[in-house]
Design a protein around this ligand. Structure first.
Ligand SMILES: [Zn+2]
Length: 256
């Protein structure tokens, strides 16, 4: 069974066929889903999805939408975390250095969410683009009790090693299916069996051959196959390791 450890099934791109997306995922062997919140406006839809037996949720303020966030959203986030015991983490949050103009704001939002993760002993779900070195440095200083996930990891073997040494897990998604991603492939080969989880990042990160299309969790098996091929392991062992790793990371019962 596959656990899609990162999918935005609350996004309106799924409004017309969300049930069918879940059905196709289950038919393709994907039986659990983590839906991370991205903006305060979307948290209610995320929490609604969390009512499903096959979905767990987290709440956060995503750096991509930095201009949509107000300072009061951080207070609201702290309140929501206090109110909803079933949240499995804080995020999606982090740094996207492609957007240089907002970096200062991004860091202040990220820092506040790191502090929430520390205070509530929850794992943090990190979006990290072109900022691996700075983010790793901050994580080392903070020593978060529940560690967390570097979602959609796309770095080098050295960057992978640094996050793993700090106790963080790496999320592997559609990027691994591209032949040209040689550096990432070397990183995937270097990760120990207990260091990775699988994710679709739906509706983003389409797999090789599906560029331009909406991604959905049903395609996660293809990512598992690519990871298995790269690691010289069976698909079954990759799926089993990712399943156990995702449950351990988010404090979930792997049998339940
Ligand atoms: Zn995401």
């Amino acid at each position: 069974m596959l656990f899609d450890s990162h999918c935005h099934l609350d996004f309106d791109r799924f409004d017309t066929d969300r049930e069918a997306v879940f059905e196709r995922a289950h038919a393709a062997g994907v039986s659990r889903f983590l839906v991370p919140g991205t903006t305060r406006q979307r948290w209610p839809a995320v929490l609604d999805l969390g009512e499903r037996d096959d979905v767990v949720v987290s709440l956060g303020l995503h750096p991509y939408f930095v201009e949509a966030h107000a300072d009061s959203d951080l207070e609201a986030l702290a309140e929501e975390i206090g109110r909803h015991e079933h949240l499995v983490g804080i995020g999606e949050c982090g740094i996207d250095a492609r957007f240089e103009d907002t970096l200062e704001q991004q860091w202040s939002l990220f820092e506040a969410q790191l502090q929430l993760a520390k205070r509530h002993r929850l794992p943090i779900i990190i979006h990290c683009v072109h900022a691996d070195d700075q983010v790793a440095k901050r994580l080392r200083q903070l020593d978060l009790p529940a560690r967390g996930l570097i979602h959609a990891f796309g770095g080098s073997p050295q960057q992978a090693r640094r996050f793993l040494d700090l106790g963080y897990s790496l999320g592997l998604g559609g990027a691994v299916t591209y032949d040209r991603a040689k550096r990432l492939h070397r990183a995937v080969q270097s990760i120990p069996d207990d260091g990775f989880v699988l994710e679709s990042d739906s509706p983003d990160m389409p797999l090789s051959g599906r560029q331009g299309q909406r991604n959905e969790p049903a395609h996660l098996m293809e990512t598992a196959e690519s990871v298995a091929r790269l690691r010289g392991q069976t698909r079954e062992s990759v799926i089993a390791n990712a399943w156990v790793n995702t449950h351990r990371l988010f404090g979930l019962d792997a049998d339940g």
